[in-house]
Design a protein around this ligand. Structure first.
Ligand SMILES: [Ca+2]
Ligand SMILES: [Ca+2]
Ligand SMILES: [Ca+2]
Length: 516
């Protein structure tokens, strides 16, 4: 059968690549769903519309959870969801973020919808849903209110295509700061980039907040429109914390193909722009337009510990040279850069004092990583290969006790976000996939069944105990029950233990099989 012959060829080609493989998905802290809502519960369906959501909020007289049934909630021109009461939770009833979609009028539609959700009071939770095609900000915390809007939680939200910053946290009209928010387990991305003519965006734009935690998120293609690069413009950082923000914790995020990665502080501020804070255990994989991985600008006491930054090339359109980590401004004193691996270098400029630099690897190249060059819909994998010189080459740091995979180092620390491990961390996903494999053990025939709740790209790989792998399937499939079958005899496998890995939109699930 033709397909099997092709598979056989692919198998032998890929088998030559020695790769010790772990799950490519971070989000190791996202396996637990939010607890069920308590106090007042309101159940709404798409027929209620955005106005129904707003009516439920404005009518709330205490802590209220609004559960949205699966479907699309269309934002009419000139309106948005307004969280005008404290202690409001808006979440999908199913818990599946792909099944509840808040859909706007399109990026830069100028139709007056501005936001997807405007959070105007504190203790607000947005969870388990999708927000897309928004004029400006899919989520805006504080838009000229007079309230102190603290303790916002954004959990397991997919934000795609906003005309400006995807999550923007402002300072209140009376100068109060939004503090102690959490953004976690979410996917923030552009389908391709901003629309032609636009460059002004970020993933998360935090202004003036203290104690925010931004963890276990994926940021993808936070990019200016292609025409902007030739004009010298690019998008802002995927995560930007500035305007007197303090003590932000940014950890275990995956940032892919974005113009800039993670920044504490902004050059345009009067310093200090950000104070303290930790950037640790993040994977940043750039594209040729990526200007910088991690930056500190006019901001003291930043810890940059155990991050992995890889970008495949420099951008000819940018006047600035590409840097993996840059420290700028005389206010950026007492910064520490430790145990980071990067393929470019650390650039200390703009009168910045020299940071403490301990056991970093610069100009590292691609050879440390399992799959640094993967192109969407495949996920790159910046886990270390067993041959990497980064393994056990790091130095202890009190703020780094776990790695990108939530693993605790068992020996000397590795450099970069990943603590190398051959066997652990394979089933720790935020959206577990149900996969059945039968018969198992098997002498030949193998059936792999799974279900898709929407059309998605599906990657199925077969791995041996060394992590060497062959791609069995890589294609977009429609929603429904799916079955993939093969004959192991076609692959000329020896008897023994193997693993089947199913990856759907970045979530991976691995199961052991035995060939008799
Ligand atoms: Ca506050
Ligand atoms: Ca180690
Ligand atoms: Ca690890």
């Amino acid at each position: 059968m033709k397909t099997r012959k092709i598979l056989l060829v692919i198998f032998f080609v890929i088998f030559l690549i020695i790769a010790i493989t772990e799950s490519s998905n971070a989000q190791c802290n996202c396996g637990t769903a939010l607890p069920a809502g308590t106090a007042t519960i309101v159940n709404l369906s798409p027929s209620s519309g955005i106005s129904g959501i707003n009516t439920a909020i404005s009518g709330a007289s205490g802590p209220t959870t609004i559960y949205l049934a699966d479907g699309t909630y269309t934002i009419p021109a000139g309106t948005y969801i307004l969280v005008s009461k404290p202690d409001i939770t808006i979440r999908s009833l199913s818990g599946n973020r792909d099944m509840v979609i808040i859909n706007g009028t399109g990026m830069q539609s100028q139709s007056g919808d501005y936001h997807g959700i405007q959070i105007a009071r504190g203790n607000c939770t947005i969870a388990d849903l999708t927000i897309k095609n928004i004029d400006c900000h899919p989520i805006q915390v504080n838009f000229n209110t007079t309230f102190d809007i603290d303790n916002v939680l954004i959990h397991n939200v997919h934000i795609i295509d906003g005309g400006q910053q995807l999550i923007k946290i402002n300072v209140s009209g009376t100068g109060m700061f939004s503090d102690y928010g959490v953004i976690e387990c979410s996917l923030l991305e552009y389908t391709t980039s901003l629309p032609t003519g636009y460059w002004y965006t970020n993933g998360v734009d935090l202004q003036g907040g203290t104690g925010w935690i931004i963890r276990d998120n994926v940021f993808r293609r936070i990019k200016a429109a292609m025409d902007q690069y030739t004009l010298g413009n690019s998008a802002g950082p995927s995560i930007l914390c500035f305007k007197q923000s303090m003590n932000t914790l940014v950890e275990r995020n995956t940032i892919l193909d974005s113009d800039e990665g993670i920044f504490f502080g902004n050059w345009g501020d009067t310093g200090p722009s950000h104070t303290g804070g930790i950037i640790r255990n993040n994977f940043i994989r750039g594209d040729i337009y990526t200007r910088a991985g991690i930056g500190v600008s006019r901001s003291p006491n930043a810890l940059i510990v155990n991050n992995t930054i890889y970008s495949p090339g420099s951008n000819a359109y940018q006047s600035q040279s590409l840097t993996s980590i840059e420290i700028t401004g005389m206010e950026s004193n007492s910064c520490v850069i430790q145990n980071n691996i990067m393929n470019e270098y650390i650039n200390v400029t703009g009168s910045a004092p020299m940071p403490l630099q301990v056991t970093n690897i610069a100009t590292s190249g691609a050879t440390h990583y399992i799959n640094p060059g993967a192109v969407y819909p495949l996920y790159p994998d910046l886990h270390l290969l067993s041959s990497s010189t980064a393994i056990n080459a790091g130095t202890a740091h009190a703020s780094r006790t776990q790695d990108y995979d939530c693993q605790t180092p068992t020996a000397a620390l590795d450099i970069g976000a990943d603590e190398f491990s051959i066997t652990s961390n394979i089933n720790n996903n935020s959206n577990p996939i149900t996969m059945n494999i039968f018969p198992n053990p098997t002498s030949d025939e193998l059936n792999i069944s799974y279900s898709l709740n929407q059309s998605q790209n599906v990657l199925i790989e077969l791995l041996n105990v060394l992590g060497e792998k062959v791609i069995l399937l890589n294609q977009k499939q429609y929603a429904g029950e799916r079955m993939f079958n093969l004959h192991l005899s076609d692959l000329s496998l020896n008897s023994g233990v193997y693993f089947v890995r199913l990856s759907i939109e970045g979530n991976s699930y691995i199961q052991k099989i035995v060939k008799q």
